[in-house]
Every structure is written in structure tokens, then in C-alpha cells.
Design a binder for this molecule. Structure first.
Ligand SMILES: Cc1cc2nc3c(=O)[nH]c(=O)nc-3n(C[C@H](O)[C@H](O)[C@H](O)COP(=O)(O)O)c2cc1C
Length: 216
């Protein structure tokens, strides 16, 4: 079995983490850097992370994550923040063009005009542009899960939180803007040996024959 296949076959999403385990800062930075290098549709820069290490602030969010043990016990936690439609169209496209086309303002302007027209046209509504924006976070999530597994760090993605209240709270705390939203979280740590859920169960995945059809 190839390295990457083994990693993904053996990794599991903990329901419980070892509360005493710490992830080194070097490992966290390496995972975050791998995530920052994730490709994005149109190359747009619309995803960012908020890192919550163990402490008072993270504990204050326990209720909004429904006290899931894998949230409360995680060594580290990443929140995925993406642009809402308005910020994406009016700010992020311009910012991305500035970074791609340094010293080439005409090309930059073309990029801006083209995407400011195309994105609303392709997706048709603010809601669908928001959805598009959120999808980019899921790609970053995938990279984070594999990068962590490569370092022997366990992860569980989380959509199970009070989205409305968490977003309101983070805006009130000035940690996200009104025109941004948290769509997803990733808990990182070490699987607890009290995580009985997983010890007896085999991984459930789509059957290989169903999952992949090869055409020559
Ligand atoms: C996008 C996404 C959201 C998830 N949300 C939660 C969650 O809120 N709480 C949780 O305990 N697990 C969550 N999971 C973990 C899944 O339940 C888990 O990956 C799945 O059961 C397969 O188990 P495995 O990863 O151990 O193979 C989520 C997974 C993904 C990919």
C-alpha cells in the first residue's frame, strides 16, 4: 500500500481526544502552511483560518458546539472563515488581482472586471455565491486533514455547531467582519483511548466498484 493510501485508510475522526496531549507549534504551523497553499477556484483569496488553542476563549464556545467532546477536548481548533458575496466581489477579487498582477495594472483590471461580471453571472444569486465561497474552505479542509495525518495528528471536521450564533458572536468580538462567515471547523489532537466508538468499527466507505468507474 502506498504511503498516502495507508494514511487515509488508517486515520479516523476522533469522537474523543486525549485532553493531556499538546500539538507542537511547529507541527501546527506546518499544517496551516500546507492549508494556505491549497489551490482555489479562479485563484481567489477568500478563505482564512482562526486558530483556537486550548484556553478561556475556546472554552467559551463549548455551548455553541453543543459540548461535543471532540470540540471541548481538542488540543487545537481551526475555524474556517470565508467571504460572503459582497466582500468577495468588491474586495477580494481586487486584492487577488493586485497580488497576481504586480506591476501590470491593465491585466489586473481585466481580471477584476471579468470576474466581477462572471461570478454573479455563473452563480446567479448571493446565496449561491456564498455557497461557492464556502466550497473553497472544504478544499482547504481536505488538505489540512491529509497534512495532519502525515504528521500523525488526528483530526475531525465539524459542521455541527450553531452557525447563526457563532457567526454573530464572532462579529461582536470583532474577530470576523459582517461580510464574512464561519462555515466549518477542524479539531486537531490525539485520539483518546477512551474513544470506544471507533475501536470496534471498520471504516465505512462507498464500495470501490461504485466509487470509481474507469473508461478507456
Ligand atoms: C464536512 C464534515 C463535517 C463533519 N462534522 C462533524 C461534526 O460536527 N461532529 C463530529 O463528531 N464529526 C463530524 N464529521 C466527521 C464524520 O462524522 C466522519 O468523518 C465520518 O463519520 C467518517 O469517519 P472517519 O473519518 O473516522 O472515517 C464531519 C466530517 C466532515 C467531512
Amino acid at each position: 500500500m502506498k504511503h498516502i493510501e495507508k494514511l487515509m485508510t488508517n486515520r479516523i475522526s476522533p469522537r474523543r481526544f486525549d485532553e493531556t496531549h499538546e500539538i507542537t507549534n511547529t507541527d501546527m504551523e506546518s499544517i496551516i502552511e500546507a492549508m494556505r497553499m491549497t489551490p482555489a477556484s479562479y485563484g481567489l483569496l477568500n478563505v482564512r483560518l482562526i486558530r483556537l488553542s486550548r484556553g478561556e476563549f475556546k472554552n467559551s464556545l463549548n455551548g455553541l458546539f453543543y459540548h461535543q467532546p471532540n470540540f471541548t477536548q481538542a488540543s487545537e481548533y481551526l475555524l474556517f472563515v470565508v467571504d460572503k458575496s459582497e466582500k468577495l466581489i468588491n474586495e477580494t477579487i481586487v486584492k487577488t488581482a493586485d497580488q497576481i498582477f504586480v506591476g501590470e495594472p491593465e491585466k489586473g483590471q481585466k481580471f477584476v472586471t471579468s470576474f466581477q461580471e462572471r461570478i454573479p453571472l455563473y452563480y446567479g444569486s448571493e446565496t449561491l455565491v456564498n455557497e461557492w465561497s464556502a466550497k473553497q474552505a472544504y478544499i482547504t479542509l481536505g488538505v489540512g486533514i491529509v497534512a495532519a495525518a502525515d504528521l500523525g495528528i488526528d483530526t475531525v471536521a465539524q459542521e455541527g455547531f450553531d452557525h447563526l450564533k457563532l457567526n454573530q458572536f464572532m462579529v461582536e468580538q470583532n474577530l470576523i467582519e459582517d461580510n464574512e462567515m464561519i462555515v466549518l471547523g477542524l479539531a486537531l489532537g490525539k485520539l483518546s483511548n477512551l474513544d470506544f466508538d471507533h475501536t470496534k468499527k471498520a471504516k465505512v466507505r462507498r464500495d470501490k466498484k461504485e466509487f470509481i468507474k474507469t473508461i478507456k
